[in-house]
Design a protein around this ligand. Structure first.
Ligand code: IDP
Ligand code: MG
Length: 137
């Protein structure tokens, strides 16, 4: 059993895709064990994406992730991390497989609708960054 962090990013929340994305997680057999809507501050977004702080797109990414509310989800299931990455599709929606969340709802390499942890270590960091033990059922 594994846990991963999913985020419905501000573009997808604004476009009213939250319900469809949550439905896709559930249909894929991922259980929701934590969920909340928040509007991230710049400091919170920078801390979450600190691994990318030297990347040229970092400031734009922080601006994007703070432009409106996001939905944070802790998802659980067997191989939840890689299964969620498969469900999401490639970072750039143009390269994403048909039917994936980023193909369905992403606009471009930045505004790509969803986040998903990419490894057990990052999942542990990301879940702990946003949820405390009492918020996970
Ligand atoms: P991932 O979300 O598929 O794991 P990462 O490389 O970890 O992709 O990048 C984190 C986020 O940063 C992406 O989801 C996307 O929103 C943004 N991003 C990644 N690469 C670029 C880029 O080349 N230009 C603009 N934004 C990018
Ligand atoms: Mg990543």
């Amino acid at each position: 059993m594994e846990r991963t962090l999913g985020i419905v990013k501000p573009d997808a929340v604004k476009a009213k895709h939250t319900g469809k994305i949550i439905d896709a997680y559930l249909e894929a057999g991922l259980r929701i064990v934590g969920m909340k809507m928040v509007h991230l501050s710049p400091e919170q977004a920078k801390g979450f994406y600190y691994v990318h702080k030297e990347r040229p797109f970092f400031n734009d990414l922080v601006a994007f992730m703070t432009e409106g509310p996001v939905v944070l989800l802790c998802l659980e299931g067997e191989n939840a991390i890689s299964r969620n990455r498969d469900l999401m599709g490639a970072t750039n929606p143009a390269n994403a497989t048909e039917g994936t969340l980023r193909k369905r709802f992403g606009a471009n390499i930045e505004r790509n609708a969803v986040h998903g942890s990419d490894a057990p270590e990052t999942a542990a960091f990301e879940i702990g960054y946003f949820f405390n033990a009492f918020e996970l059922v």
